[in-house]
Design a protein around this ligand. Structure first.
Ligand code: GLP
Length: 272
């Protein structure tokens, strides 16, 4: 596991975008797993800049998003109404600015009539695409990955999940409130890739910033593996893991000295 600690959010975003861009350049037809939330916004901005200014090419890239609120969603082929779906978020923050093909974008559809069948379909599409090459993840304040709330099985698959009060509060503050939507109108359920699904991604990049995430970052990287902090499943992943943090999010880690030492060694030997 590489733990990279950056001075601030901007540096974290640039570093993460560079890492993803490098990956796309080495495998133009790669399959990316993408995340929502406020944390990846800077990374997406930087990827858009690289597309516009440096010709970063998304024409063969496929994407699968981690999760979606149940009850909202958009059809990218039709004009969409303003909603707080993750599909809309992705379209606004990334997809409408780059040359990705619509047919290569996969979302869990929050408007599905049959969530269970839809979740099975999603898993099949991931398999058909050859699996996720690189999965980008944030972390919720209750330690969740995607919408895998405390208590989720670490072997869980894509499914419906009820959201915790903490998650509802956080996501209301970050998104719904700004859009003038009433707290009670916010969806209380979501569709989410499971922890088992996420762990099958070949490479994992987790990002976190700010003091609010410090405790849960330390618990997930250095504490016991537990279904109470589903991001702690990162310790079970067998592929390449990179965790990119700002100084505040890293402030409760015990082994910072070692992480910095490893980063310097890898830089010296050109291994990063
Ligand atoms: C939501 C998403 C997660 C995300 C988390 C953190 O709950 N489902 O995938 O990691 O929010 O969000 P933020 O980046 O806004 O802190």
């Amino acid at each position: 596991m590489n733990v990279i600690i950056k001075e601030n959010y901007q540096e974290l975003s640039t570093y993460t975008a560079n890492l993803i861009a490098k990956f796309i350049r080495s495998k133009p037809g790669c399959v990316l797993g993408l995340a929502t939330g406020s944390t990846p916004i800077g990374t997406y901005k930087e990827l858009v800049r690289m597309h516009k200014e440096e010709g970063l090419d998304f024409s063969q890239v496929k994407t699968f998003n981690l999760d979606e609120y149940l009850g909202v969603g958009i059809d990218l082929n039709k004009p969409y109404h303003l909603d707080q779906s993750y599909a809309r978020f992705m379209y606004e923050e990334l997809f409408k600015h780059i040359n990705i093909k619509k047919e290569n974008i996969y979302f869990l559809n929050g408007l599905t009539n049959d969530p269970e069948a839809h979740c099975r379909w999603y898993e099949e599409q991931i398999k058909k695409a050859g699996g996720i090459d690189l999965q980008l993840l944030g972390i919720g304040r209750d330690g969740h990955w995607a919408f895998n709330e405390p208590g989720s099985s670490l072997a869980s698959r894509t499914r419906v999940q009820a959201l915790t009060k903490q998650t509802l509060d956080d996501n209301y503050e970050s998104f719904y409130k700004k859009a003038g939507i009433d707290r009670d109108e916010m969806p209380h359920f979501a569709l989410t890739m499971g922890i088992g699904t996420i762990l099958e991604a070949k490479n994992i990049v987790m990002i976190a910033n700010g003091i609010k995430k410090a405790e849960v970052v330390a618990a997930s990287l250095e504490g016991p593996v537990t279904n109470q902090i589903t991001a702690s499943a990162i310790q079970l992943h067998s592929g390449d893991i990179t965790v990119v943090l700002d100084k505040e999010a890293a402030s409760k880690l015990k082994n910072v000295g070692y992480y910095r030492h490893v980063e310097n060694l890898k830089l010296k030997y050109n291994l990063l």
